[in-house]
Design a protein around this ligand. Sequence first.
Ligand SMILES: Nc1ncnc2c1ncn2[C@@H]1O[C@H](COP(=O)(O)OP(=O)(O)O)[C@@H](O)[C@H]1O
Ligand SMILES: [Mg+2]
Length: 260
Amino acid sequence: MIKVNNLRKSFNNTVVLKDISFEVAEGEVVAIIGPSGSGKSTLLRCLNFLEEPDAGMIQIGDMTVDATKTRKSEINRIRKQTSMVFQHYNLFKNKTALENVTHSLIVTKKMKKEKADEIGRDLLKQVGMDHKVDSYPIKLSGGQQQRVGIARALAVYPHALLFDEPTSSLDPEWVGEVLRVISGIANREKTMIIVTHEMAFARDIADKIVFMADGVIVEEGRPEDVFDHPKNKRTKQFLKDYHKQIGAISQEGELFSVKT
Ligand SMILES: Nc1ncnc2c1ncn2[C@@H]1O[C@H](COP(=O)(O)OP(=O)(O)O)[C@@H](O)[C@H]1O
Ligand SMILES: [Mg+2]
């Protein structure tokens, strides 16, 4: 379970998160959507203190911190509650797929290599990467690298998984396989927050949609309510722009296929 109360964050004099409060129940999947620059990544990064919030309460699992008076030991403990899957994979280039997954188990959890390898192989199998355990990232497609990134995030057995646009730097051909892996994890009742531009995916996978703009939560609710009956005019405009853009892309696709 994740609970955020009155979270605020500024960079220099720019307020990026204005007064964010929301909850993710145990096993719930929340998708955060919204225009670029609205503070979605900053929000995820504040949850694991990659960015230090200016104010607010954050509860993840049984750990609660007050952002204005955190101690280093508390930050370390709350960081261990979540794992993040990044847009740009951030794999270690000089480590194999398996070593990428087992690194935190061996270094942080002080696990024996044999045991870590066993867990790592099992996780790579879960994301359909058991045939590439010994490959280095450079030999893997974007989709394969991201699947290794997901196995790595699962390795520490976090209370919750945080995904920051996990498919937006992938070539279109690799998006589906990564979304399928994420859906598979969501179906296992893992608590997750996913920032995504893939609206059909968000609708399909999420129990709750949160629409953010300009550092505030404008609207939240069940996918069918937010997508089919948005209440706020900014949500309506965002979805309209999105559908226009998707329409343009599919038309281009058709033109392309006619030409070739
Ligand atoms: N480290 C930083 N320093 C200064 N400004 C930042 C930093 N990170 C993000 N911002 C600014 O905060 C705003 C929100 O960014 P971000 O959280 O990345 O939005 P989103 O993920 O919704 O696109 C943007 O205006 C961005 O330029
Ligand atoms: Mg972002």
